[in-house]
Write a protein that binds this ligand. Structure first.
Ligand SMILES: Cc1cc2nc3c(=O)[nH]c(=O)nc-3n(C[C@H](O)[C@H](O)[C@H](O)COP(=O)(O)OP(=O)(O)OC[C@H]3O[C@@H](n4cnc5c(N)ncnc54)[C@H](O)[C@@H]3O)c2cc1C
Length: 351
């Protein structure tokens, strides 16, 4: 049924004083004064017509797996649930798949792998929604969203119009995009279209953990299904499950420094690891820096770092957003004083 944008029938139900603990994987307590569940893009236009976005920009909530909510939210919270996965175009080699912003990312990956569409199998099991995937250009095991991104549609709460963004307009970078910078909070993604391979598939298995996995399983010519299974298995063994212990994945980005800075650090810390970032710069694993600064597995009050991966901050139960933030800032400070490197949070801190 097509929606009539000028009537009230599309206005979603307003809920008040909603506890956000079940809506963020860190599991911190906070309340949303006003909360709407958005199941179709037209509801955003109806809320715009009602004047909801006139005073305050809304906070857009996906799966809550990359946010730290510091305190109660006064701005309207829009929980994006827009469903639907469809193939919108196809040629001999490629297929274009469009998914609603509320589709669980891993469900989209599974759909693609099951249908033989290659390109996002390395991104299996990343928590969260499809609509949030472009916000930080999600990446894992040698693949980033930008590698398969075609376009996204978005509702613009300042103007009440829809806009289509192509890859260039998204300004993707390492765990970064225009939506974390100039357009922060100004865009509500409603659907995302990916360009995938029907086959033959290009398999990305250069990542060390993947190669090791395939070696141990005697897989010599992995398929996209093999990569999917491998990534799921490796991730399950390495990362804490937010259903069991509150966390938001990697809390900080891996810092990128010039080769010169890296060489100077290497003189002092001979075993400092690095990966090439581009021709002139290297990436240093933030987890290693945090571990060297003595934080791995350390618990302070209700907060700590994960015992197997210092880059993941965990809520041992009952931690407030402020407490998690303070812990993160203490880690940032000690890494800075030991290595002279300022860690930048990957997680979105919501005031
Ligand atoms: C255990 C664990 C492992 C993880 N591993 C990885 C990993 O390997 N690689 C990686 O890149 N990330 C990883 N993450 C981080 C996270 O899963 C991703 O960033 C994911 O894309 C966040 O999706 P979300 O729906 O939960 O977004 P949320 O946390 O709800 O939101 C994140 C940001 O996006 C904005 N946003 C959400 N939806 C929309 C929308 N529809 N329109 C506009 N803005 C929106 C929010 O306002 C917020 O600023 C991990 C997290 C966890 C908990």
């Amino acid at each position: 049924m097509s929606a009539n944008l000028n009537t009230f029938e599309n206005i979603p139900i307003e809920q008040r004083n909603i506890d956000l603990a079940p809506y963020n994987t860190l599991g911190v307590q906070a309340k949303a004064q006003i909360f709407y569940s958005i199941a179709e893009a037209e509801q955003l236009k109806a809320l715009y017509n009602e004047g909801l976005f006139r005073k305050k920009s809304p906070f857009i909530l996906g799966g809550g797996s990359n946010i730290l909510i510091k305190s109660d939210l006064k701005q309207p919270v829009l929980k994006i649930l827009i469903p639907g996965i469809e193939v919108i175009d196809v040629n001999d080699r490629e297929v274009w798949v469009k998914a609603g912003a509320g589709v669980v990312w891993h469900d989209l990956v599974r759909f693609c792998v099951e249908n033989g569409y290659g390109g996002i199998e390395n991104l299996a099991l990343i928590p969260g929604t499809t609509g949030a995937a472009p916000i930080q250009n999600i990446g894992a095991y040698g693949v980033e969203l930008k590698d398969v991104f075609q376009s996204l549609s978005a509702f613009m709460p300042e103007t009440g119009n829809m806009k289509v963004f192509n890859a260039e307009e998204c300004k993707f970078g390492y765990r970064d995009s225009v939506f974390k910078n100039q357009l922060k909070g100004k865009v509500i993604v409603t659907d995302v279209t990916l360009r995938l391979e029907k086959g033959p598939h290009k398999i990305e298995d250069s990542y060390y953990a993947l190669r090791k996995y395939f070696e141990s399983e005697n897989v010599t010519q992995p398929t996209i299904q093999d990569v999917f299974d491998a990534v799921v298995s490796i991730r399950r063994s390495k990362l804490p499950d937010p259903a069991l212990i509150g966390n938001a994945g990697s809390f900080f980005k891996n810092p990128i420094v010039s080769k010169e800075v890296y060489e100077n650090l290497k003189n002092e810390f001979s075993d400092i690891p690095s990966f090439p970032a581009d021709q002139n710069r290297v990436k240093i694993p933030a987890g290693w820096l945090i571990e060297q600064a003595g934080w791995k597995g350390k618990k302070v009050g209700n907060v700590g770092t994960y015992k197997n991966q210092a880059l993941v901050l965990v809520n041992h139960g009952g931690a407030t957003g402020e407490e998690v933030y303070e812990h993160a800032m203490n880690i940032q400070e000690s890494v800075k004083s030991l290595f002279g490197i300022e860690l930048v949070p990957e997680v979105n801190v919501i005031e």
